[in-house]
Write a protein of this length. Structure first.
Ligand code: THU
Length: 141
């Protein structure tokens, strides 16, 4: 069944995993802690947090951390079911452009739930990154 309702109880384990990962975020430079969790179609769940670096450009977002860990555990394109991103920011935190592009590598479209302590909003990757550049474009050179 599609994830079309932000209050669907199936989100709860993902939200919980994302908050737990956020508690381990390494963000000494920005102080902006992010947690993420992806659900694979086989039911496995992988969380991630942002990991910053003294060389600021070396920072890795929570979403990409979750994706990279999931790939190491076997994730391949088409296997992604859903993503959750959590922060304590008053405005819900959407994935950055880099992360949208990385997500598009693994999912044509994806339900993306953004949550903070007081609310949530459900988006779709195709809405966040319309007309994504993909491997299909590369094969048309
Ligand atoms: N960050 C994420 O982890 N995910 C997002 O969706 C937005 C930004 C991180 C990167 C950096 O460590 C900090 O938040 C501030 O940009």
């Amino acid at each position: 069944m599609a994830y079309t309702d932000p209050h669907d109880p199936r989100w709860e384990p993902l939200i919980e995993a994302a908050w737990e990962a956020r508690s381990r975020a390494y963000a000494p430079y920005s102080g902006f802690k992010v947690g993420a969790a992806v659900l694979l179609q086989d039911g496995r769940l992988q969380a991630g947090c942002n990991v910053e670096n003294a060389s600021y450009g070396g920072a890795i977002c929570a979403e990409r951390g979750a994706i990279c860990a999931a790939v190491a555990a076997g994730l391949r394109p088409g296997d992604l079911e859903a993503l959750v991103v959590v922060t304590e920011a008053p405005d819900l935190t959407p994935p950055c452009g880099f992360c949208r592009q990385v997500l598009a590598e693994f999912a044509e479209d994806l339900p993306v739930l953004l949550a903070n302590r007081s609310g949530r909003a459900l988006h779709r990757l195709q809405e966040l990154l319309p007309h994504a550049f993909t491997g299909r474009n590369l094969s048309q050179s």
